[in-house]
Design a protein around this ligand. Structure first.
Ligand SMILES: [Zn+2]
Length: 114
């Protein structure tokens, strides 16, 4: 017989119960004495996961959490390197590009924009 995790919402009682698959998913809680001990799904059903994020912001937040701690800290480090903003970095890149040009290339760049 499969083993299920049961959780009582009102009193937060948590237990593992071995029962048949067609057994009731809500049983009496030994702590509350009420019919509030419910089968808890370790892997939530797909429909539950899909309905979790309701806005783009929530979805982004969830994706950010999913990235994991290592990736997050790495991203922060990259963004703050040299204490420069992305805009400043772009400007510096452009300056370096212009500096590395030959006079002919510079004239062409000024005329054509690229
Ligand atoms: Zn309870």
């Amino acid at each position: 017989m499969p083993r299920y995790d049961f959780e009582c919402t009102p009193c937060a009682y948590y237990t593992e119960i071995t029962q048949s698959m067609d057994a009731p998913s809500v049983i009496e809680c030994p702590v509350c004495g009420q019919q509030t001990l419910q089968k808890a799904f370790i892997t939530p059903p797909r429909i539950f996961v899909r309905g979790e994020a309701k806005t783009v912001g929530q979805l982004a937040e969830r994706n950010y959490k999913d990235m994991g701690f290592y990736e997050k800290s790495e991203r922060v480090e990259k963004d703050n390197k040299d204490g420069m903003t992305t805009e400043q970095k772009e400007k510096r890149k452009l300056h370096q590009k212009i500096t590395s040009m030959t006079p002919e290339q510079k004239i062409k760049w000024i005329k054509n924009g690229d």
